[in-house]
Design a protein around this ligand. Sequence first.
Ligand SMILES: *Cc1c(COP(=O)(O)O)cnc(C)c1O
Length: 416
Amino acid sequence: MVIKMLRCLKCGRAHEPARTLYTCEKCGGKLEIVYDYDAVAEKIDKKALAKRSMGVWKYRELLPVDDPKNIVTLNEGGTPLLEARNLARELGLKHLWLKDETRNPTASFKDRPMSVGISKAVEFGAQTVVTASSGNAAIALAAYAAKAGIKCYAFVPADAPEAKLAQLSIYGARAIRGAPKGIGDPAYKLMQIAHKRYGWHPIPSCSAFNPYQPEGSKTMSYEIIEQLNWQVPDWVIVPTGAGTLVSGNAKGYFEFEQLDFIDHVPHLAAIQAEGCAPLVRGFKEGKPPHEIPTWPNPKTIAGGLVDPYPWDADIAIPAIRKSEGAAETVADAEILEAEKLLAKMEGIFAEPSGAAGLAGLGRLLEAGVIDRSDVVVVEVTGSGLKDIKIVTQLFEVPPVIEPELKQLEGLLEKLR
Ligand SMILES: *Cc1c(COP(=O)(O)O)cnc(C)c1O
């Protein structure tokens, strides 16, 4: 690790990286981790990276953990970048790639940030961690806490899907559902209350309360660039809730540019569901990110993208603008269609939130923002097995017949 300092994004105060610190000690603002890139460049170059095996910790010099002994890993990251020829043909595109994050240990990209978040908590000597999440971040944190042998409390929304709650519980996390009350996010409120009262280390999936974990998401960008043989794609499309993933991704590209591994960055597109799109609205209206209001009554099938308050819009929106990118919403019907297309045409089963990027690609092609000759990467962020309710409703229960040719023939006649 080659951290220069932790800088407060609100008051600018610089902090030494050595101490247990989650927010600015002066104003409580969000901390940004600043690396000494000259020192990083002395330790790694393209050739050295090419020799290492894939995964998040391949990029350890660009991650905020001091002692490799503290790394808690389940072999996250190193996911395939799959060429989607069938979908490309369907959409009239020349080059379409899917970053398949469903292959991570707990089946979403959140394993990248949570591996980093837990490793740093271990370095700080944490006994107990606490999170607020719509599901996937809590699940990932629970798995890594289990591996590290530390206690995990998770505050989740009252309507979290059954499969996600089960996955959370089997890893041994104490899951508590927060009921909505007034404005703001009940899960986040509970996390803050518990952090203050009990001193549990906060590891939600946004940087407002923990600056270390978002660093894990940078590794998706590093991998995409390496998997494309150091070519920069024209567009990278990112399903978006609080804006942490897209801002983490952006930092990865800017760092590779800073290190001269690439000479420009891709355009980033943040995609939110129509039923909860505070970040996209803020982007389009050009509001200062701190003035973006909490989204009232969020409603979408993409539960992983429900962040009524976009905690990291203040980092995400400027980063998207700097990349000359875009932000767009998609309807639930489009998300469901994208989920079906991913499975039927490319063999990838994504949860609705994980398919939202592909739905967004459709919109951006129609609007002429993305050109059909562009090289496009769509991030598929979470597995369909986490949220099967809608899918179960789409299909009839398979028929039962006796093991006889006649019955089979009769049935095939009908199925045709
Ligand atoms: C968390 C999550 C995202 C991105 O959310 P951000 O809050 O913007 O970081 C996207 N897809 C899935 C499946 C997620 O769980």
